[in-house]
Design a protein around this ligand. Structure first.
Ligand code: URA
Length: 431
């Protein structure tokens, strides 16, 4: 069956439903390069404003999965021949959100395989692959055979989704990044769940971010997104739960690719900032519970170095040198407090946009990111500050970027006389 793309765009623009056949046709055609980017961008914008109902969203996601291959980890075995359950987590995207880096080896150290197919930065939020590529030699692209072999041998893999997995999402994700169509519940839900269902994991845990640095600024919208994804997982037979977590202020103290790798290694060494450790352990517990291993306490594997051991093997298996010095940016700019008091604002979006402008993210499709660019936070929200203290250090290889980054930070951090306490990192659980 064939349709006219303009008719689909105008139907959605005017608030009408798309039929199953129309959805199958457009997603298949776009994945094959038969629907041009400008028309898909227009349809994405129409979906952004008009949404998709539950049945349309379910069909859209199914069509995205059907645009490529599906992996199956059912044959995965431990060394003793026992079946190895797989579980994956996905975050909707945040600032300083490097949780995947310590989490995948941590859960693998608890005996559960983690095939973590990850993405690159989207808008002001960082991407797991961009972060890991800061490690000298590390390679994001693996063949399916390499992925299966590493999962059996090491238990954890963080890599790019191969070209064959949900190719419709790959094209649409890149297009949304540059057309202002990221912050849409159906587009985010179908993007995440199509990749994850195609990847073949046996269970799924979602970290749905809420706040200024998230794609969903309000709790109500984040809940709606979480519920839509949990429903899509259940429809596809993949048990899925979600944690609703705070993204009004950055997670941890480091934002930017190499900076976030360094902080993740601190967590694996048993240190790291309290909010990052709390969220990593909470997600690890969710993942273990999802595959019936709730009796295992992941804190033990952090404390006794087993998670660090898996990290080193995971990085080395992909060509990386886990002992190599991480790249540092050539230029630094320290921002100091002018008055004494408490850090009463530290806005995640302002920090994310500033880090992006320093070179940690992209502004055009395919641009190279700077490994060393980003922001070091010397104070967290609610901490005391004395006049003259460093509050932030900006890092970049291209110092002409300091001006736009500082402009993005204006009003994004304030020191005042009031006491401020940060709200809970974990707001709720959706199942
Ligand atoms: N992560 C994804 O994979 N897709 C989105 O649309 C947003 C975050």
């Amino acid at each position: 069956m064939s349709f006219h793309m303009v008719e689909l765009i105008t139907a959605k623009r005017d608030g009408r439903r798309l039929t199953d056949e129309q959805i199958d046709w457009v997603i298949r055609g776009f994945a094959r390069g038969e629907v041009p980017d400008e028309q898909m961008s227009a349809l994405a914008m129409a979906v952004f404003f008009r949404g998709l109902d539950d049945a349309e969203l379910s069909r859209w996601t199914t069509a995205m999965i059907a645009s490529g291959e599906r992996l199956d980890f059912g044959e995965l075995r431990r060394a003793d021949g026992e079946p190895m359950p797989t579980v994956d987590k996905h975050s909707t995207g945040g600032v300083g959100d490097k949780v995947t880096l310590p989490l995948a080896p941590l859960v693998a150290a608890c005996g559960v395989a983690v095939p973590q197919l990850s993405g690159r930065g989207l808008g002001h939020t960082g991407g797991t692959l961009d972060k890991l590529e800061a490690i000298p030699g590390w390679r994001a692209e693996l063949t399916n055979d390499e992925l299966f072999a590493q999962l059996g041998e090491v238990g954890a893999v963080i890599c790019a989704a191969g070209a064959g997995l949900a190719p419709a999402d790959k094209r649409l994700y890149a297009l949304r990044d540059v057309t202002g169509t990221v912050e849409s519940i159906p587009l985010i839900a179908s993007s995440i769940m199509s990749k994850k269902i195609a990847e073949g994991t046996s269970a799924m845990v979602l970290d749905v971010k809420v706040g200024s640095g998230a794609f969903m600024a309000t709790e109500a919208r984040a809940r709606e997104l979480g519920a839509a994804m949990v429903r899509l997982g259940a429809d596809a037979g993949v048990p899925t739960t979600a944690l609703l977590t705070d993204m009004n202020t950055p997670l941890g103290r480091m934002v930017g690719n190499a900076l976030e790798v360094a902080e993740s290694v601190e967590v694996l060494a048993g240190g790291g900032p309290a909010d990052l450790v709390e969220l990593t352990l909470a997600l690890a517990r969710e993942m273990l519970t999802a595959v019936g291993r709730e009796a295992i306490d992941p804190a033990d594997a952090l404390a006794d170095g087993r998670a660090m051991d898996v990290w080193r093997r995971m990085i080395a298996a992909q060509g990386g040198d886990p002992t190599a010095e991480l790249p540092r940016a050539a230029h630094h700019h320290v921002v100091r407090a002018e008055t004494s008091g408490t850090l009463t604002t530290l806005d995640a979006r302002a920090v994310g946009v500033a880090s992006w402008r320093l070179g940690a993210g992209r502004s055009t499709q395919g641009e190279r990111v700077q490994a060393g660019a980003g922001i070091e936070l010397h104070r967290a929200l609610g901490e005391p500050v004395t006049a003259g203290d460093p509050v932030l250090t900006l890092h970049t290889d291209t110092p002409e970027r300091f001006e736009t980054a500082l402009a993005a930070l204006a009003g994004g951090w304030t020191v005042g006389p009031d006491e401020v306490t940060r709200g809970p990192v974990i707001i709720d659980r959706i199942s």
